[in-house]
Design a protein around this ligand. Structure first.
Ligand SMILES: Cc1ncc(COP(=O)(O)O)c(C=O)c1O
Ligand SMILES: N[C@@H](CCOP(=O)(O)O)C(=O)O
Length: 472
């Protein structure tokens, strides 16, 4: 059975289900498996041509074995991926010589977050029902995680969901996906601040142990290990479709909180032959600067056409630091303490070298991203979303003469960002017919200050109302 340890090394080991319900470790760290499970080349080759949900079971099994039965995992994976509107779940298209695009946006909220969230909500529900427990989930979003969580958890019997999003900094479609469900267990809070403020508040809530225990707090951001593990699966399916494990591939990943690309790193650790994981950033380029200079330094966040990547503090980078320091929790604690005190840390040379062995970086500014949207429309008739376009711009520039296939992760549907796409290429993407009504249904939003105490009070009132059986 796999056990999980914290990147800060100051809390006890847990099993998968406890890690999933806990979210953040009590010492402030992030959970990682004690040992990386390995898949043999034969097992990986055997994924070819199989339904997505079956591959999901094979990839996820070693992480949950002993805690969730194969039969339950299979049933939940099958149900989760039946919500996707494409028969392949995550189809892979060729877009140029050695260039491929992995479409991760065919789920209920048109973003890659659905891939993990649809499974996570079923896993959580299953475990909460088994334990006769209720939980309060607080999630921070720069636009997409929130909508995916709302769709996945709305009306679930054992969960209250509170979503924190940065007021005025997300697209209207993204906002409406969080504010129009009408579900009484869902609460959308527009925070007067940035995504980084929202994420800091969520971490602050977890680090207030009395509060955390009173409301039985859980998280579904990618600080939750279960989110990462579900995202590992499509790295396998896409690479295998191109000939892995006999053939090595690269990935270019639009990056913000570093969860998605970290899932690619996990796939590599498990035995998938990946040469390079390329971090694609917009002008909020903290990771680009870090990999170039070794200095991780928080700056003012800038609003862009790819708002879900307008992030400075990339939570999952801590998981990578843990690996790159040789799992030295004391070193991770020191780096994180420096970040908390001064907004920066400096990577020791061996740690930076270790990171550079697996990762490369690219940056696309607003002009380059708009040009990539225009090029995809004019040359191929494809409408691509601005986050995907960041990665396309970088892939086009940095991998065009590579002999190794490069897979660009298409992380959202263009129709979530119609204004930005239209401004770039003149064509306005339309929402699929099954989302009819989204833009006209009434919204329910509570505007709050960027203030942990005010948000604690709100969450407490929701949790207490649920305990007493009244709508919050
Ligand atoms: C559309 C889109 N692309 C890319 C990202 C960045 O992914 P990650 O935060 O896992 O790095 C996000 C947000 O997470 C997103 O919503
Ligand atoms: N870009 C994300 C930010 C949160 O990321 P997560 O993967 O840690 O949940 C969003 O769209 O909300």
């Amino acid at each position: 059975m796999t056990h999980y340890i914290s990147t800060r090394g100051e809390t006890q080991k847990l099993r998968f289900c406890d890690v999933m319900l806990a979210g953040l470790a009590r010492d402030g760290g992030l959970y990682v498996p004690e040992v990386w499970p390995q898949l043999t080349p034969d097992t990986i080759a055997g994924f070819f041509g199989r339904p997505y949900w079956e591959v999901a079971v094979e990839v996820i099994r070693p992480f949950v074995a002993g805690d969730i039965s194969d039969a339950d995992l299979g049933r939940m994976a099958n149900e989760a991926y039946a919500t996707f509107r494409h028969p392949a779940v995550v189809p892979l298209d060729q877009i140029g010589p050695n260039q491929f695009m992995l479409e991760l946006f065919h789920g209920p909220t048109l973003a890659f977050k659905d891939v993990a969230m649809q499974l996570l909500s079923r896993l959580m529900d299953h475990v909460l029902a088994q334990r006769g427990r209720r939980t309060t989930i607080v999630v921070a979003t720069s636009g997409d995680t929130g909508g995916a969580a709302v769709d996945a958890f709305a009306n679930r019997a054992n969960v209250d969901l509170i979503v924190l999003f940065p007021d005025g900094r997300i697209s209207e479609v993204q906002r409406r996906m969080m504010t129009t469900t009408g579900a009484s267990n869902v609460h959308a809070l527009a925070v007067k601040g940035t995504f980084d403020d929202c994420q800091a508040i969520v971490k602050g809530l977890f680090n207030n142990h009395r509060f955390r225990d009173e409301v039985s707090l859980s998280g579904v951001n990618s600080i939750n290990w279960a989110r990462i593990v579900a995202q590992v699966v499509y790295y396998f399916t896409s690479a295998v479709a191109l000939g892995a494990p006999a053939r090595t591939v690269d990935f270019t990943v639009p990056t913000g909180n570093f969860g998605d690309i970290f899932a690619g790193y996990v796939a590599k650790k498990m035995g998938l032959p990946v040469r390079c994981l390329r971090i694609a950033a917009n002008v909020n380029d903290i990771l680009v600067r870090t990999l170039k200079t070794g200095i991780y330094e928080v700056r003012e966040v800038r609003a862009t056409a790819s708002p879900s990547m307008d992030i400075q503090v990339s939570s999952n980078f801590e998981r990578l630091l843990f690996e790159a320091t040789g799992r030295d929790a004391a070193q991770v604690r020191a780096l994180m303490a420096s970040l908390a005190q001064s907004g920066r840390f400096v990577l020791p040379d061996p740690v930076l070298a270790e990171i550079r062995r697996d990762f490369d970086v690219g940056r696309s500014d607003e002009t380059e991203t708009a040009a990539a949207i225009r090029a995809a429309w004019r040359e191929a008739g494809d409408l691509v979303d601005p986050h995907t376009a960041v990665a396309l711009a970088i892939a086009d520039r940095d991998t065009s003469d590579s002999k190794i296939p490069n897979i660009v992760l298409a992380t959202a549907h263009a129709a979530k960002f119609p204004d930005a796409v239209e401004a770039a290429c003149g064509a306005r993407p339309q929402l699929p017919a099954w989302l009819d009504g989204l833009m006209t249904r009434p919204e329910r939003i509570t505007v709050v200050n960027n203030d942990q105490v005010e948000i604690e009070r709100f969450v407490l009132s929701v949790s207490r109302a649920a305990k007493h059986g009244v709508a919050g």
